[in-house]
Design a protein around this ligand. Structure first.
Ligand code: AKG
Ligand code: FE2
Length: 410
């Protein structure tokens, strides 16, 4: 996979030239200058020990005035370079600030250059040089710190400081006692997981309600009670007064690890999901019906609880991009650290989803009501016989997770 960074140097260019000749001269100079910037960047990659001398160098291509596109064949090298270069004024001989304006995985998609070029024409905050939303899921976006009710994703709620630092420490050490050895071929190969209450089956994306793997240990039951009260309160208008978590999954995300966009299986879990973040900040991406338009990135601070009810639970996919750093408003590009999450869910007594709040994201078949065709027999809504593609398959626009990784990582 190729990673593309668009580096831009400031400040603004010299005053407008008077004659055609001066203009041509200026153009030549600026073309030269951009070649020089490209050469300087190349030199910097070696100097900063990001690539080795004689190693295959990233490709540098001047794109427009003061803009250089850098293609990295190696994702890690690209991300390291970007983390080290962004926002620095001390790197270029000219003393101009280096801004990494866009970074994305280059695919075979057409119009790639056009999107890169459009990102240079006014999408940059003049004061900070930070990149704004450029192209939905295709690019790095700066994530604002969002808390409280998140209006763009109805039913999403973030409660900060849900546990304190001591509780966080204790939880982390308890979870760390016994990570599971992957047994299913689709169980995440890289991300470590642990299940409480019921095992999650990565093949069916459900829990086998007949196979309880024990009750919650005391340390988890205490937190589960608090999560129960918070979800009940958040979902009071949706009839979640009796919500009680029965299954908990612990996930460990090392830098560069994530979870593909998905909706938790409609037929297996009730409305109301909650996830507690521990250890480090991360960014969760929500997409309406898995589409890139309307994507919302939400910062999850450590010790916070994110609650999904209604549309957030049934209609929006949620996922964590596989990144080594996240651009966070006011903090710059923040390297990822190990995050552990505890996801609390309640099982449905039987596999059903009726009436389904969002049939396109449902794992069960929802056949439209028959319209005066008495001779055609139809299976009931929510029959298991005709499964739709999974919600993960329905997702479009995931930028940096390959199909294979998607299958493996969920
Ligand atoms: O890590 C998280 O917070 C989310 C995990 C998740 O979405 C899941 O286990 O279904
Ligand atoms: Fe989930």
């Amino acid at each position: 996979m190729t990673l593309v960074a668009v580096a831009r140097v400031g400040p603004a260019r010299k005053s407008k030239p008077q004659s055609e000749e001066e203009e041509a001269c200026e153009r030549r100079q600026s073309e030269n200058e951009d070649e020089l910037v490209a050469a300087e960047l190349e030199h910097l990659l070696v100097q900063e020990k990001i690539v080795e001398v004689n190693a295959a160098m990233p490709q540098m291509k001047p794109l427009a005035r003061g803009v250089v596109r850098i293609s990295f064949a190696d994702r890690n090298v690209g991300e390291t370079a970007i983390t080290k270069f962004h926002g620095r004024r001390d790197l270029l001989k000219s003393g101009r600030e280096l801004l990494v304006q866009e970074i994305k995985a280059a695919g075979k998609k057409r119009g790639r250059d056009a999107s890169a070029a459009s990102s240079m024409t006014g999408n940059t905050d003049a004061n900070t040089g930070a990149s704004k939303v450029i192209d939905g899921a295709q690019s790095y976006r700066e994530v604002d710190y969002v808390a409280g009710d998140l209006v763009q994703v109805p039913g999403l709620r973030l409660l900060e400081n849900f546990v304190n630092a001591n509780e966080e420490k204790e939880l982390l050490s308890r979870i760390d006692e016994a990570w599971e050895v992957p047994v299913h071929r689709r169980q995440p190969k890289k991300r470590r997981v642990r299940h409480f209450g019921y095992k999650f089956d990565y093949g069916t994306r459900r829990c086998d309600a007949s196979r309880q793997v024990g009750t919650f240990p005391e340390w988890l039951a205490r937190i589960a009670d608090r999560v129960r009260d918070a979800v009940r309160e958040a979902g009071a208008t949706r009839g979640l007064e009796a919500w009680d978590p029965e299954q908990v999954t612990a996930n460990e995300y090392l830098p560069g690890q994530g979870i593909p966009p998905h909706v938790d299986t409609h037929s297996a879990f009730t409305d109301g999901l909650a996830s507690l973040s521990l250890g480090a900040v991360s960014v969760m991406r929500f997409c309406p019906e898995g589409r890139r338009e309307g994507v919302v990135d939400v910062l999850l601070p450590p010790r916070s609880l994110v609650i999904m009810t209604g549309e957030a639970r049934y209609r929006f996919t949620h996922g964590i991009l596989q990144r080594k750093s996240d651009p966070i408003k006011g903090c710059g590009i923040v390297p990822r650290e190990t995050r552990v999450s505890l996801t609390f869910r309640m099982l449905k007594p039987t596999l059903e989803c009726s009436p389904c709040p969002c049939p396109v994201m449902c794992d069960l078949s929802h056949t439209p009501e028959p319209v005066e065709v008495p001779s055609v027999s139809r299976s009931d809504d929510c029959s298991e016989s005709a499964e739709k593609p999974t919600s993960t398959d329905l997702h479009r626009g995931q930028d940096d997770v390959t199909k294979k990784e998607k299958k493996e990582a969920l």
